[in-house]
Structure formats: structure tokens, C-alpha cells
Design a protein around this ligand. Structure first.
Ligand code: TK8
Length: 339
């Protein structure tokens, strides 16, 4: 007869085989409906990747698990969807890590200006032990973080005048994401920073309630900000991730096989999304120019002045996320840069 541990090992191996071959027939998968909310338009890098996620869940579950994708912030801004996930009224979402800082303070790490220099560093950090640790903080708050997607390097737009030097930001009413790091960062630059949910941003720009905003090229394009913003300054001041999250209440009721379906689909759509986003970003600037935007780069001296001002918030972020996590992050970055 088999010992208990041998039997458990066999069961584990069988479970792995199920996941590996995703034999949906044999797996412990029930019919499930997953309401998946997101903030951007359907026709955006975010919308395209949610569709890939939905298709993958359908495929891996043999059609039993269905994802109803709801974009354009129709289920509310990020913060509202997060509360719905925590309460169990909504199953999944993808949104900015920046709007999660009020729930898990460690998320502020990703708001550090100029933390990473390129996407290679971003991927390594997010998909490595640091990213896992930060993502893991959500579990005790009622959410499960499955994967980081790319929002991208953020750049500045406004409707008033070209920003070629630091002083040009004085008096610009600038929408920022709803957290203290972004607020402090842009106050340091002399802008009149106003926190606002993304879902209200286009209208705020259109009605001149705010003069400017900052987002990756992809979003400036897909959200049609070029219709209401004339000037774009290439600042690349921070790399923003998105994070795919599941309601913990929903997650805890899923079988291991069902959880594996969602986890695998999150990774598969992540890989699609990063490539799609990077391909689009590489072409977006030229397209924004043809849409009439006036684009300027900063001189090395002005970029350095802005960088100096922005990185004054770093000490505060280190304290907020904890020195251990901060030092581990800097250590991993140093290793990446040496290799
Ligand atoms: C979309 C937001 C957006 C973010 C922002 O829900 O708020 O500016 O960049 O991508 O998360």
C-alpha cells in the first residue's frame, strides 16, 4: 500500500499534469462568470489584453469559465472597482498600481520617479522577488494580485504652452493620479497638482478644469488626449505598471485548477500586452505628431533639474514602503545594471 506522503505526491503530480496539459475535462472546473473591469477604452492596449485574457480563460477552462470584460470605467474608477473586489461584488479588474497605495502602502514603490531606466529593468523587478512581495501585500487586504502588465513610461502633456524648462510648470494645473507620491512629485516641480480619477480626466481636460496630465504615449493616443492637449514634453519621469487583481472572496472559493486557469491566463495576456504596448509606443509619438501635437524633448540640463526635484520624494517613499523593501529594490537594480 502507498504511504500518505507518496499518495500526496501522486496527487500533486496529477494536479500538475492537469495544469500543464490543461485538460479541462478532467480538471475540477465549474461554470463561472467573471466580471472583469478596466478603465481604458476597448480599443486600447489595456482593452486588447483583457480580450486575450478572456479568450485564454475560455480556452483553458474548456469554455466553462467565462470572462465578461467591461471597459471604459463603466464599473467605476479604479478605486471603486477595488472596493467591489474586496467586497466580492466584482471578480476581477486591471488598473494602476498607483491607485492601490491607499490599500497596500508598498505599492508606492512603483511610483518612484526614475526608478527604472528601461523595460528590461522594469520586467526583472516586477516579475522577480520584489514584485512578488509587493503583489503579495494585497492578499491580506482582500485582493489577489496575479500579474503586472505594462502601462509604461509617463510623459507630460498640457494645453497652455511648451514645457522646455522647469519654470514652465509654474501655475500649470496638472491632473495627477490619486496618491501622495504623485501629488508630492508634481508639487516639487512647481505645478498645481490636482488628484483626479482617470475616468474624469478627458472631460476635465476638455473643459479646461485642468491644463495638463501625464500618461504613456499609448494612452495619450487611445484616449484621444491629443484632441484637447497641444503640447507634449518627453519626460519619461516614471514607469507605471498595471496590475491584474482578483477578489479574494471569489478566489478562495475557486478550486486549484480554476485558480491555475486564471493565473496562466494572466501571464499569457501579460506577455501579449507588454509586446503590444511596446510596439504601439514605438510608433505612437509619430502618430501623435500627425494628430497635431507639438512634441519637445528636454535639454540634458533641464531634464537633470527636473530629475533632481522629482527624486526629492524618494526618501519619503523609502520610509513609506519600508527600508528593507527599498534596499532590496536598489540591490536588485544594482545587480541588473552590473550584469
Ligand atoms: C486607468 C488608469 C490609467 C493611469 C492613470 O484606469 O490614471 O492615469 O495611467 O492607466 O490606471
Amino acid at each position: 500500500t502507498l504511504t500518505l506522503s507518496r499518495r500526496l505526491a501522486l496527487i500533486a503530480a496529477a494536479a500538475l499534469a492537469v495544469t500543464a496539459t490543461t485538460s479541462a475535462q478532467a480538471a475540477d472546473i465549474k461554470p463561472r462568470l467573471i466580471r472583469f473591469g478596466y478603465g481604458l477604452a476597448e480599443n486600447s492596449n489595456q482593452g486588447r489584453a483583457v480580450k486575450v485574457f478572456a479568450d485564454e480563460v475560455q480556452k483553458l477552462s474548456g469554455g466553462k469559465m467565462r470572462v465578461r470584460a467591461i471597459g471604459g470605467a463603466a464599473l467605476g474608477p479604479d478605486t471603486q472597482m477595488q472596493q467591489a473586489l474586496i467586497g466580492g461584488a466584482q471578480e476581477m479588474m486591471v488598473g494602476s498600481t498607483a491607485t492601490l497605495v491607499g490599500i497596500a502602502k508598498e505599492m508606492a514603490l512603483w511610483d518612484t520617479p526614475f526608478l527604472v531606466n528601461n523595460v528590461r529593468e522594469a520586467d526583472a523587478l516586477l516579475d522577480g522577488p520584489v514584485g512578488d512581495k509587493v503583489r503579495g501585500k494585497l492578499a491580506e487586504k482582500g485582493m489577489v494580485g496575479l500579474a503586472y502588465w505594462e502601462n509604461g513610461f509617463r510623459n507630460l502633456t498640457n494645453s497652455k504652452h511648451a514645457v522646455t524648462k522647469l519654470e514652465d510648470l509654474n501655475g500649470i494645473k496638472l491632473r495627477v493620479m490619486q496618491n501622495n507620491v504623485f501629488l508630492d512629485s508634481f508639487k516639487q516641480l512647481g505645478a498645481n497638482a490636482v488628484p483626479l480619477p482617470y475616468s474624469e480626466l478627458f472631460t476635465a481636460l476638455e473643459t479646461n478644469a485642468v491644463d495638463g496630465q501625464e500618461n504613456p504615449y499609448n494612452t495619450i493616443l487611445s484616449a484621444k488626449f491629443y484632441e484637447v492637449q497641444k503640447y507634449l514634453t518627453v519626460t519619461n519621469h516614471v514607469y507605471s505598471p498595471w496590475i491584474v487583481t482578483v477578489s479574494r472572496k471569489f478566489w478562495d472559493g475557486l478550486s486549484k485548477d480554476e485558480q491555475a486557469v486564471l493565473q496562466q491566463a494572466a501571464i499569457k495576456s501579460r506577455d501579449f500586452e507588454r509586446k503590444d504596448t511596446r510596439d504601439e509606443a514605438a510608433k505612437a509619438l509619430a502618430e501623435l505628431k500627425t494628430k497635431g501635437m507639438q512634441v519637445n524633448e528636454l535639454s540634458a540640463a533641464e531634464a537633470a533639474r527636473m530629475r533632481d526635484k522629482l527624486t526629492r520624494v524618494n526618501a519619503g517613499i523609502a520610509t513609506q514602503v519600508g527600508m528593507d523593501l527599498w534596499n532590496e529594490t536598489q540591490g536588485q537594480l544594482a545587480k541588473l545594471r552590473a550584469g
